[in-house]
Design a protein around this ligand. Sequence first.
Ligand code: ADP
Ligand code: MG
Length: 561
Amino acid sequence: MTLLPAYDITLAGYAGLAAIVAIGLTLLTGVSGQTSFGQASFVGIAAYAAALLPDGPSGLLAGLALTGAAAWLLGLITARLSGHFLALCSVAWGISFYALFGTLPLLHGFNGIGGIPPLRLGPLSLAAPAANVALIWLVVGLALLASRNLLTSRTGRAMRTLAGARAMAESMGIDTVRLARAVFVLAALLAAVSGFLFAHFQRFISPTPFSLTASIEYLFMVILGGAAHLGGAVLGAVLVTVLREELTDWVPRLTGATGNYEAMAFSLAVILFLQRAPRGLWPRLARRAARPKPRRAAPAQPARECPIADGVALEIEGLRKHFGGLAANQDVSFSIRTGEIVALIGPNGAGKSTLFDIVSGQLAPTAGTVRLFGRAVVRLPARRIAALGLARTFQHVKLLADESVRDNIALGAHLAGRAGMLRALLRLDRAEEARLLAAAEAAAARVGLDDMLDMKAGALPLGRQRIVEIARALCLAPRLLLLDEPAAGLRLQEKQQLAALLRQLRGEGMAVLLVEHDMGFVMDLADRVVVMDFGQKIAEGAPAVVQADPAVLEAYLGGVA
Ligand code: ADP
Ligand code: MG
């Protein structure tokens, strides 16, 4: 039936099985920045379930359920961890599960379990290796397709914030802990599918393929292919599988010695690969491949109405924040009404950004109250505060540098959507996704970024990046907007455009609190000015009044005046 020798067919099967795990690991490690040295454990759980329940469907369901439950429990612990802690934790469970597979009497230790029947699809038997391999690669294709759907969705955008931009994501309304856990479970389920197929393909299992070494190989595959690229996962899986087999074959012949030299040769090959292509092989291959053009002219989203009602938007009372012995905020009180622009000024280190962080829920105050639209929000998580209608930008710009301006802005529209991971995987989110992207484009147009939507955010000059942050904030359709030094790095004309935009927003009833050092800009724009120095409010009032205040002159000019 086929021209490939049996050996190559088997190798193709193993490569496909590895690719399924690697695709999940790409979502987890490459895209979401959660390094796992434990994926082989999930493959193992499902493989043993398949071996113990050899009738196909029930083995698959049991494997998925067990793996999902194990991952969910582990996720309770690990979703809050990141970096080295998560990696270490995964090593720990990788070792534990391996020990468990080798010890549980039910699993027959290192003697393993044999006689697992080949899969059947209805009347169709997959006893022939070629048919089985075809099924495995069909699953690879489906996993690729679903994962690609996920990455081009609201959830996929949010996933990219998990690697190092979680504070920003929370202030866009994204529940990063829950999302991290969901990605973790998804990656584990893909590993489980691979484990199920593995058991029926090899028809014999023992603990060895589910060891820490195997987990490390999966990571190699992902990194070799190019950590964040789905195609790279498949490429890496094929390369590592073939390389391992070839080396096992050739190294003993070349060295004429017995021993574990192939492991060393394998490691050396991987190191050389990574030296030549540190960002993986896939980006090199795909460099010239055209990126899919996003659809234009999506239906516009009706803007959320801003209440013009003349109410209090924000009320801060007795706010205090201590960092150890340093009082960054000392009994600060003031309020902002809707349809008002208030400038918060003061020398560097006065405590302005700290106040922003407290109001937006990034920091808990030492004492004091913050009321947002009449609701006490101290100790509310940032994403809840965002949902109440507060949006902010950051003094130190927090963008996803490798993502497009469009996707960065669309992060702000997260709360305007509902589609979760499942709908994204099945591509049932397209209408909503078009709406979110349209909202992003509308926000971009509002701030004059419409011709830069496809550029990578990191490629823009810093001043423009600040404008991207403002567009992202506008996507939340906020009622209170906090801007931390929005005009820094802008040219005069850009500052004038920004001022015009803020006046327009004020006209729509939005409340704006901004930190700014350019006094010309502030005095022209603000209805009221609050001045801070050494954590304390030292003045408040109309721009002209504040400007003439001796305490303010003292703070700014150090008494020279
Ligand atoms: P501003 O934005 O007005 O320049 P900040 O609010 O950034 O001032 O900082 C106020 C003071 O608090 C500074 O002395 C700063 O060094 C200190 N500070 C800010 N954040 C922290 C932190 N996380 N830990 C310790 N000290 C901090
Ligand atoms: Mg600051």
